[in-house]
Write a protein that binds this ligand. Structure first.
Ligand code: AMP
Ligand code: GLY
Length: 424
């Protein structure tokens, strides 16, 4: 009998995680709660239980003899789902609530980084609008304003001018635009340089880094438009050197894992460092306590080892054997609903990808109606392809997107541009 696994979450990230798990010869069954209808084509069984209903999820896991649960998104982690599962005698992969706090509070993350000398942008934390405004006037622009708590990627304003910065402070501290998430703000030094994501499997002080990826957070080509959850990604990132990645592992990932142990908040799960390669080395702009979306869709293609075996070993106290592909690239492009990341259109028919065999399609904001998939979310699906070169991977994805009907949706036509043409 192989493993029975439950994945929590419903996006493209969870589709990828669940697909890689079910492809393992060790695994018999993968459930995903709530999942999405697009996952069914890969044989993933979707379960109609909300990710905040811990009691029903625990009951489901017990009744279905789930060997372990993989938690995808940050919200259940910050709600203590791993704590609740372990209190019920169930294994779940992901940080405890106290450790997930590294994502839940930017101020807490900054405190850890300062205490353990982890390179990050200089910052100050404010509750009071007048004091925050005075600080911005003193520092000048560009400057970065961040709501302390979770704000679904929308609580960060990279202000080009002092006026924009003050407007953001006003919205967060005086007009409560982000509710309690913005009652406290972190004001950060603007870091210039190439951005990349370095993720690792972490178990207490053990750190197993993944290959790096680059996300494209702005909605439109050439990194213009509003910030989104991510419009596409590729891995690895050729313009970031192996030396710089090694430096980031040594100066950022390892001391962070050790610092969390020292704080009594030992971290086990996926640690995601959002980094900027500055003139003086890699620096942190954010930590997440989970896989990135859409980074997962490309990073996991680079894993040569069996993903289910890796997590099974981590969950069961064994030494994991983690190997990454040494050549080639993976690239993924998100197709989003017109209007995203603001109010967006729904109920557009999703193209039939069943005849496309060489590329992967990962679903997010979709539902099933009359036997067909239709859109019901902002980010709808992602098309991924691998290639010997980044350019080949990119061409393979756009060849697919060029031929399907994308009415009512949009995608960036330049995913990977910095990796393909670093100068331009
Ligand atoms: P976040 O929601 O924390 O991922 O931030 C959104 C985006 O803002 C990041 O992807 C960066 O492009 C940008 N950003 C955040 N912090 C800084 C910083 N200190 N300096 C420059 N850019 C930043
Ligand atoms: N792609 C950015 C994130 O998952 O936070």
């Amino acid at each position: 009998m192989g493993l029975t696994i439950l994945v929590i979450g419903s996006g493209g990230r969870e589709h990828t995680i669940a697909q890689k798990l079910i492809q393992s010869p060790k695994v018999t069954t993968v459930f995903c709660a709530m999942g999405n209808a697009g996952m069914k084509k890969d044989g993933i069984q979707i379960v109609d239980i909300a990710e905040d209903d811990h009691a029903s999820l625990i009951q489901f896991a017990k009744e279905n003899n789930v060997d372990w649960t993989f938690v995808g998104p940050e919200i259940p982690l910050l709600n203590g789902i791993v704590d609740d599962f372990s209190a019920s005698g169930l294994k779940a992969f992901g940080p405890l609530k106290a450790a997930a706090f590294i994502e839940g509070s930017k101020d807490f993350a900054k405190t850890i980084m300062n205490k353990y000398n982890i390179p990050t942008a200089a910052h100050r934390t404010f509750f009071d609008f007048a004091k925050a405004q005075a600080y911005v006037l003193e520092q000048g622009a560009p400057i970065v304003i961040k709501a302390d708590g979770l704000a679904a990627g929308k609580g960060v304003v990279v202000a080009e001018t002092v006026e924009v910065a003050i407007e953001a402070l006003k919205e967060m501290l005086e007009e409560n635009k982000f509710g309690s998430s913005g009652a406290k703000v972190v004001i950060e030094e603007f870091l210039a340089g190439e951005e990349f994501s370095l993720l690792a499997f972490v178990r207490n002080q053990e750190v197993y880094p993944m290959v790096i990826a680059q996300d494209h957070k702005r909605a439109y080509e050439n990194d213009l438009g509003p910030n989104t959850g991510g419009m596409g990604a590729y891995s690895p990132v050729p313009q970031i050197s192996d030396e710089l990645v090694a430096e980031a592992i040594a100066t950022i990932l390892k001391p962070t894992a050790q610092g969390m142990v020292a704080e009594g908040r030992a971290f086990t799960g996926i640690l995601y460092a959002g980094l900027i390669a500055t003139q003086t080395g890699p620096k942190v702009i954010e930590f997440n306590a989970r896989f990135g979306d859409p980074e997962t869709q490309v990073v996991l293609q680079r894993l040569e080892s069996d993903f289910a075996q890796v997590i099974d070993d981590l969950v069961n106290g064994k030494q994991p054997n983690i190997k990454w592909k040494q050549t080639g690239y993976s690239l993924g492009v998100v197709v989003a609903a017109n209007g995203y990341p603001n109010q967006y259109e729904k109920n557009h028919l999703i193209p039939d990808f069943s005849t496309i065999e060489t590329e992967q399609v990962y679903y997010a904001g979709v539902k099933e109606e009359g036997g067909q998939l239709i859109s019901n979310g902002g980010r709808i699906y992602l098309v991924e392809a691998s290639g010997e070169t980044l350019k080949q991977a990119q061409e393979a994805v756009y060849k697919v997107l060029d031929t399907v009907d994308t009415t009512g949706t949009f995608y960036r036509d330049d995913i990977g541009f910095k990796g393909i043409n670093p100068a331009g």
